[in-house]
Design a protein around this ligand. Structure first.
Ligand code: NAP
Length: 361
């Protein structure tokens, strides 16, 4: 079970006098997402334990009744606290930092670890940086977020001293392929850990103006049937829901089948166009500007990322073959048309053509 003494979900500083007993664990990770689904709303959910609490002069029946303390705003504060997670980002490169900025803005406690030294960058978003993964794990994060490259994921995961984490830690990955990390996490992590595989289908370029309306794919691969664990999973997913992401729950296999087309194809075309070194011209059409943007959007990601999309999605090879076939088909259609015109000129159009025809005979 989660220990409120080590978690950032602690409702008050340790050592201070407790005015009330802590709420049951089932309340501790209650997310706004879950609460929004409750008919009475989030405030009612939080208020429930407060309402039944005996007060001087009788029981408070409603939040808007006159109260000795401002319970309503306290309740709102408690809800925020219950949402707050201690998240360790492993792989603090381009995408890890991008996510960290939003996590920090929402008030989560952030820890970070990477191969390179990002201590000053981490400090700039309020994250504690740990060069040594042992120190990171000993901080007992609620969530470990794997944001390393696809190619290095296995080595990085195996380098983590997971025995130093709490027994029920939630592992989340954000790799752009999904079946590979799912199998890796399930085969590498202790069976007590929860696992959610996710793919935010956007990046620092495409989401530079916010995440509103952008797809966030997730698969709750293993979330144990315990209220606190379910609520913690919801609290994590709620980070993206609060930003307005379009939440798409789908299996890792389904994701990879779709992503070969939506993502690998997009990146491949972007990289092919980049080889052409396209430049802006005085007569750009809208379509051409779309192509220029595609090059920018795809080539700002590392080649490792693109290579990972190919290496670790079994559907990518077939997609490349189809792309070859499509290019050949389009070329064939053009050249067949050209040959028809030439043949007509050669065989029917001129005296030379006759000569040629005779020669052929
Ligand atoms: P990336 O090139 O895929 O990954 C860079 C990260 O991987 C850095 O943290 C880097 O650590 C680490 N890394 C690379 N090789 C390593 C090695 N041999 N050993 C240890 N660590 C290594 O670029 P990214 O854009 O930051 O993506 C990170 C993850 O997010 C990837 O899995 C990607 O698929 C996923 N993702 C990215 C986007 C996006 O738009 N960029 C969107 C969704 C998901 P150092 O920096 O410390 O060297």
């Amino acid at each position: 079970m989660l220990s409120s003494s080590t978690s950032t979900l602690r409702l008050r500083p340790t050592g201070g006098p407790r005015r009330h007993p802590p709420p049951p664990l089932s309340h501790q990770f209650r997310s706004a997402a879950v609460s929004r689904r409750l008919p009475q709303g989030a405030a009612a959910a939080v208020a429930a334990p407060l309402r039944s609490r005996p007060q001087r002069g009788g029981t408070i029946q409603a939040l808007d009744a006159a109260q000795p303390f401002d319970y309503e705003s306290r309740a709102a504060g408690l809800l925020e606290d219950r949402q707050r997670l201690k998240i360790a980002i492993v792989g603090f490169g381009n995408f890890g930092q991008f996510l960290a900025r939003t996590f920090a803005r929402q008030g989560h406690t952030l820890l970070a670890h990477s191969r390179s030294d990002y201590s000053s960058l981490a400090a700039s978003v309020g994250a504690s940086y740990f060069q040594d993964p042992h120190d990171l794990c000993e901080c007992h994060p609620d969530v470990v977020l794997l944001a390393t490259s696809i190619l290095s994921a296995e080595a990085v995961l195996r380098s983590l001293p997971v025995h130093r984490l709490r027994r029920n830690t939630l592992f989340v990955d954000v790799l752009s392929v999904k079946e590979f990390p799912k199998n890796l996490l399930l085969s590498t992590l202790p069976p007590d850990f929860d696992v959610i595989c996710t793919h935010p289908m956007f990046g620092p370029e495409s989401a530079r103006d916010g995440w509103d309306g952008l797809p966030f794919v997730f698969d709750k691969v293993r979330v144990r049937d315990c209220p606190a664990r379910r609520a913690r999973a919801e609290a994590f997913l709620n980070i993206f829901e609060r930003e307005g992401c379009r939440m798409v729950e789908m299996s890792c296999a389904e994701h990879d089948a779709h992503a070969a087309e939506t993502q690998f194809l997009t990146h491949t075309v972007g990289r092919m166009l980049a080889m052409l070194e396209l430049r802006s011209t005085p007569i750009n059409t809208k379509g051409y500007e779309t192509l220029l943007r595609l090059v920018d959007n795809t080539c700002s990601d590392s080649f490792d990322l693109y290579n990972g999309l190919f290496m670790y999605n079994k559907n990518s090879t077939e997609l490349l073959n189809r792309l070859d076939w499509a290019m050949d088909s389009v070329k064939k259609k053009l050249f067949d048309g050209l040959h028809d015109v030439l043949r007509k000129q050669l065989f029917e159009g001129s005296p030379h053509a006759l000569t040629t025809t005779n020669v052929r005979k």
